[in-house]
Design a protein. Sequence first.
Length: 289
Amino acid sequence: MDEIFDIFLLEALINGILFGGVLALLSLGLNLIFGVVDVVWICYAELVMFGMYTMYWLAGVYDVPILLAALAAIGLVAILGLLVHVLIIAPILGSPPINQLLATGGLLFFLQSVATLMFSIEFRNLGLRLPILEFNEMYFSYARLLAFGVALVGMAAVYLFLTRTYIGAAIRAISQDREVMVLMGVDSKKVYWVTALVGGGLAGLAACLLVLQYDVHPFVGISFGPITFIICVLGGLGNMIGGFVAAFILSIIISVGGLYSEMEWGYVLAFVFFIVMMFIRPQGLLGKK
C-alpha cells in the first residue's frame, strides 16, 4: 500500500513540474512586460485565448499544418500585444496605476465580449489526440510533456535574447532604472515596443501549448489569468527568476493537492499558500523590499 501511495505521490509531483513549465512561460511574459513598462496587463490571459482560437481555426478547421498554425498564432498574438501597448498602454503611461489597471481590466472584458460575438460560448477542441505515456505504473500526458519541453526551449530563447543581444541588454537596463537609461540615449519607445512584441509572442507560444490540453472558449482566460498573476506577485512583480520559481511551487501544490481531493482543492491550497507568503514576504519570494 505504501509503495502504491509513493508511486501516486511521485506521479503527482512530476505532473506538477510538467504543468509548471507552461505556467512559468505565462508568468515570464507578464513579468517581462511589468519589469520594463511597469504596467500589469490584467488582460494578458485573453491574448492567450485569441492564440488558442487561432490554433483551433487554422489547425482544427482548415487543416493547416500544426507547426505553421503555431507560427501564425505566435505572430498574431505578438502583433496583438504590440497593439495593446500602442493603443491602450502608451497613452496612459504617465497616469496613476489605478487608471492603468482599469484600462487593461476594461480591455479584458472587451476581448471576452468580442470573442463571444465572434465564436459564441461553445467549447471547441483542436481534435488532436496525443497518447498517454506509461512508465513504472505512472501515467503522463504526452501533450503535457511536449508543452513542458517547448516551454523550456522558449524560456531559454528569451534568456539568450535578453543576455546576448543589444536590445535585450537595453530591456534589462531600462527595467532596472528607466530614468537613467533614457538620459543615456536609450530609445525607451523602441524598447517598449519590442517588449510588447516579445511578451505577446510568449502568450502566443503558451496558447499553442495549452490548446493541446484544454478546450478553448471566450472565458478560458479565467482559468489561467488569476494563477498567472498570483505567480508573478508571489515571485516578485517584475522578477522573472522569482516568477519561474513560484510557478513550479504553485503547480506542485495544485497537483499534489488534487491527489488527495478534487483538483479545485489544489487551487485552494495554492491560494492559501500565496496568502500566507504575502504576510511573510509581501515583496515576493525574490522581490526586493
